[in-house]
Structures are given as structure tokens and as C-alpha cells.
Design a protein around this ligand. Structure first.
Ligand code: SF4
Ligand code: FES
Length: 370
């Protein structure tokens, strides 16, 4: 049993194996300063991290990036995670992952595949992903996953420029044999924040999408599970980001930094521990970075004493910083936040903006937003 000094075990580890990626999605949540290959952890260090994660109590690992299969050692990485006793979920664009590579991943013990699609229509999908021919490769990869007998989740990040085709995305998930579809409205960190004006949906689009999801959940019960991540910019209460800072989840960046969420590297004033220097247990249980926003004692007004405090944990620290410059502020997605009006302003600005993207690129810094 955990005490105040010993937090309960995390449920899952997000292993960001690399920031390399053949796609250039403008909504990527990776930090705008992407990690170069020379700084990436090696296979042996990842194997140690997986054993430490399992020993700490993690049950599953999400192998992500960038594109995790851009690493040549990806079968060895999967094998190490599987041998550590973790349930292995590959989060992939599918573009580099088919053929012999997929067979090697299956042989290494891969348990599950989560495949991203950018749209249901190939021309638009390739434009959003910034890679010609990418969508066709994804469809082919999904068929291979089905043939290999692996469970498949389709992940569709939705926004103003693809949301009207949500019914077709649901049809696509069914056609590809997915058991689960994640319909995730863009969360605005990293590259996504830089592209917010081109991505924010209108209220009418959001309402139509929500109705589509509700109807599909009813009609497809028992055939397809649909997860729905709603957009903060129209919310009155924030999401419980990561289930609360340092409560259920930890991430390791390509360069080995241990983070409470995938976007935390962009927060200033933190000395995030690194697996090259400390154990995962030390990072989780002892580091100041994980302790800083754990629980409710750190909360400012109006969170302090609020009846929702242990439900949403004050919302998202990364969003609070991105919008107010203060990671300890109440998430502006909350209607009780003194900064809530910033979301309305962003929606108004986006309505007047063009659909042009700033594509994700190594070594490129998009113009700051705000
Ligand atoms: Fe959540 Fe804080 Fe808003 Fe209360 S005031 S609903 S705890 S974000
Ligand atoms: Fe970092 Fe929400 S994404 S706390």
C-alpha cells in the first residue's frame, strides 16, 4: 500500500523511442525541438528501462515516437519489453512497418498495434501527413496486421480539415477489422499549438462529430469500441490529463528524460531526471519533477477546495503553461479559470485563419503562438 511518501505504481509507460518519422503531421504533440538520432537511447538501455518499469508495477508499454519502427532495432526493443513482462502496444504510422518488419515484431512478442490515419480520403490524408502515398501504405499495413492476427486500434486525430469525414473514418475502421477506434480531437501542445489556427474545428463541426460518435456507439455496440477525446477549446471543465500528474503514467523521451507526460519537456524550470543517471523508480518516487504537481496541495485558486479537484486534478499543466505562461495555473479549459476567455479568443482567431500548415520538421522552429 502506498503512503504519502510512496506514490502508487504507474499503470503504463510511454516509451518514445525516436523523434524520427516519415510523416510530418502538423498536429504532432512532439516538442518543437526534436531529438536527433545521436542522442537516442540504445537498445540495452531501453531493455533496462522496461525491466525497471515492470518492477515498478507498470503493466503495459506504449512504443511510440515519432515513428518507433524508424529504429532498426525495433524487434529487439519489442522483445526486451515482452521479456520484461509488459503488454506491448506499437503506436505507428504504419508507413515503415510492413512486410518482414511486421513479421519480426510478431515473432518478438508484439501484443497490439495502434495505427494512425490522417483522413478517410487518400488525397486529404496525404496532404495532412505531408507524405505522398502514405495513406495507401497504411491501408496495406492494416491488412497485414489483420492477417497476422494482432488486435488493431485505429487512431484518427480529428480537426477542422478532416472532421466532416468522421462517418467515413468509422467505416474505414470497420473495413480494416479494427476492434477499437480512437477519435481524438487535437490537443494543442508542441507542433499542434503552432498550427492551432489551421486545426481548431467550428462549434457546428464539433456538435455534428459528437452526435456521429454517439450514434455509432449505439449502432456498433459489440463490433467496434469508439474512444472519444473531446477538444478542450469548447469545454467547461478540463480533462483529467494523464489521470493526474505523476499518478498513473510516465513517459521516457528518446534521449532518456523521464516525464509525467509526453509534452512536459516544453515546461521551463524543471530538471527532469534521466534514465542514464537514475532508475525509473527513483524518478517516479523521489524526483522533485514528479512530486511538484502530484495530488492537490500545489493547486491555486479556484482549484483549491473545488469539488472537482480529485476528478480532473486541475486539468493539464502543459496547456496551462502554453496559454498562461504558468504551469501551476488552473487549466484555462476550466470555465472557473480567470484565463478561460483565451480559448474563446483562439476559436475566433482560427475562424478567420487559412488552412495552411506548418509541417513538423527536424531542425525547424515554428513561429510561437500567443
Ligand atoms: Fe477542476 Fe480546478 Fe476547474 Fe475545479 S477549478 S473544475 S479543480 S480545473
Ligand atoms: Fe502535460 Fe497534460 S500534456 S500535463
Amino acid at each position: 500500500m502506498a503512503t504519502d511518501a510512496t506514490p502508487a505504481a504507474p499503470l503504463a509507460l510511454l516509451a518514445e523511442l525516436t523523434h524520427r518519422c516519415p510523416l510530418r503531421c502538423p498536429y504532432c504533440s512532439n516538442p518543437v525541438n526534436l531529438t536527433r538520432v545521436a542522442e537516442e537511447l540504445d537498445t540495452a538501455t531501453w531493455a533496462r528501462v522496461f525491466h525497471e518499469a515492470a518492477e515498478l508495477g507498470c503493466l503495459q508499454v506504449h512504443l511510440s515516437g515519432g515513428e518507433p519502427t524508424a529504429r532498426r532495432d525495433i524487434p529487439d526493443v519489442v522483445r526486451a519489453a515482452s521479456e520484461a513482462g509488459l503488454y506491448t502496444n506499437l503506436i505507428t504510422s504504419g508507413v515503415l512497418a510492413g512486410g518482414a518488419k511486421l513479421q519480426a515484431l510478431v515473432a518478438a512478442g508484439l501484443d497490439h498495434v495502434q495505427l494512425s490515419v490522417q483522413d478517410a480520403e487518400a488525397g486529404s490524408a496525404d496532404r495532412i501527413g505531408g507524405t505522398r502515398g502514405g495513406h495507401a501504405k497504411k491501408l496495406d499495413f492494416a491488412r497485414q496486421v489483420q492477417e497476422a492476427g494482432l488486435p488493431l486500434t485505429l487512431n484518427a486525430v480529428v480537426h477542422r480539415q478532416n472532421l466532416d469525414r468522421l462517418p467515413q473514418l468509422i467505416d474505414l475502421a470497420l473495413a480494416l477489422g479494427a476492434g477499437r477506434l480512437e477519435v481524438a480531437h487535437v490537443q494543442y501542445y508542441g507542433w499542434a499549438l503552432a498550427n492551432r489556427d489551421a486545426l481548431l474545428p467550428t462549434l457546428a463541426q464539433l456538435e455534428a462529430a459528437t452526435a456521429t460518435v454517439e450514434a455509432a456507439r449505439r449502432d456498433l455496440k459489440g463490433r467496434l469500441v469508439i474512444d472519444y477525446v473531446v477538444p478542450d477549446y469548447y469545454a467547461r471543465r478540463p480533462k483529467s490529463c494523464m489521470g493526474g500528474w505523476g499518478r498513473q503514467f510516465l513517459a521516457v523521451s528518446p534521449a532518456g528524460r523521464v516525464l509525467p507526460c509526453h509534452a512536459a519537456e516544453s515546461l521551463p524550470g524543471f530538471d527532469f531526471p534521466n534514465v542514464r543517471e537514475v532508475s525509473l523508480r527513483w524518478a517516479w518516487e523521489r524526483s522533485e519533477a514528479f512530486a511538484r504537481f502530484r495530488g492537490t496541495a500545489w493547486m491555486p485558486a479556484p482549484c483549491q477546495g473545488c469539488e472537482h479537484a480529485e476528478r480532473d486534478w486541475g486539468g493539464c499543466r502543459c496547456q496551462a503553461f502554453a496559454l498562461t505562461g504558468d504551469a501551476a495555473a488552473t487549466d484555462p479549459a476550466c470555465a472557473l479559470s480567470p484565463h478561460h476567455h483565451l480559448l474563446d479568443l483562439a476559436v475566433q482567431e482560427a475562424a478567420a485563419a487559412t488552412d495552411a500548415f506548418t509541417y513538423r520538421e527536424m531542425g525547424r522552429s515554428p513561429a510561437p503562438v500567443g
